[in-house]
Design a protein around this ligand. Structure first.
Ligand SMILES: O=c1[nH]c(=O)c2[nH]c(=O)[nH]c2[nH]1
Length: 292
């Protein structure tokens, strides 16, 4: 039996990092989940258990925490680039790295400058891939939950003997947006880019009169590309969070799109990519990230 080692990487997943920085009595809280993965000449450990090239995942974890102390964390893209470049630059066998960071949002409680309230489950995300001296950044968000109570239709689909879905020209449209956008430049203003891309997603969701969630997805991706020239490509994953009109006729009640059953599962899952015609080659930007 002839076999060989295929692509591999290893690291410490989901390091939970919380930092507090103090400006007098005003405290600033950051809450990140950081995952590092390293690649390179790692055949020896897989084939013989020779660990001479293996930077322990424990060391990777420690580096995340030490780096958070040694310099300001900054934007998550900057922190991920700093970590990835460190591992690739410091260890001969390590030629590539992927650093994933999710940022969890906290708001201030007005009572003082050191109390916070965890907001929604929305996460700001980045995925940085390093290969030698090259770097690619894909940023985005997850679990941005949106809903509109009108301005959504769904009809005109083929019917067969299994089709029961009634056509509708007025329904609730709701989804939990996962978006990832690929930067064509590392010179971006990461914070501004995030705020404006997010705003473009929300604006497009709200203002597109939707004939399908697919159409809304395309409009949302297009809006991000129109808003931010440094973004080359947007990938969206949109679960269709169905809201079914409850049949109240058995109680002698009419239901004019007022009472809904919010279904948990199954859900439609609409996924797609919108990219500029002249988008630069993605290189390894999507390496190990979901593609569709
Ligand atoms: O916007 C939609 N797209 C679909 O593909 C689909 N399929 C379905 O049953 N409902 C919907 N809604």
């Amino acid at each position: 039996m002839a076999v060989h080692l295929g692509p591999n990487q290893y690291g410490k997943a989901e390091n939970r990092l919380v930092t507090v920085s103090r400006n007098g009595s005003v405290h600033t809280l950051r809450d990140l989940t950081v995952s590092t993965s390293l690649r390179g000449d790692l055949a020896a450990t897989h084939l013989t258990g020779d660990n001479s090239g293996v930077v322990p995942t424990d060391t990777q974890k420690n580096t995340v925490y030490a780096f958070a102390k040694e310099a300001p964390v900054g934007e998550i893209e900057e922190f991920a680039l700093r970590l990835g470049r460190h591992f690739v630059g410091s260890f001969e066998q390590i030629t590539g790295a992927r650093v994933l960071i999710d940022e969890h949002g906290w708001g201030r409680i007005a009572a003082n400058d050191h109390s916070f309230v965890r907001g929604s489950d929305e996460k700001r995300t980045t995925a940085v891939t390093i290969e030698g001296s090259q770097a690619w950044v894909v940023s985005g968000l997850r679990d941005l939950i949106v809903l509109k109570t009108t301005g959504s239709e769904f009809h005109g689909y083929p019917r067969d003997k299994y089709t029961t879905l009634p056509e509708t020209n007025d329904r609730i449209l709701a989804t939990a947006v996962s978006a990832q956008w690929r930067f064509s430049s590392l010179d971006a203003d990461w914070a501004k880019s995030f705020v404006e891309a997010r705003e473009a997603l929300l604006e497009a969701f709200a203002s597109t009169h939707s004939l399908s969630l697919q159409q809304t997805l395309y409009a949302m991706g297009e809006a991000v590309l129109a808003a931010r020239s440094e973004i080359a490509e947007v990938r969206l994953s949109l679960p269709n969070k169905h809201h079914f009109v409850v049949d109240l006729s058995k109680f002698g009640l009419a239901n004019d799109n007022e009472v809904f059953y919010a279904a948990d599962r199954p859900y439609g899952l609409i996924e797609g990519t919108v990219l500029r015609d002249d988008a630069p080659d993605p290189g390894l930007a999507w390496h190990t990230l979901p593609a569709f």
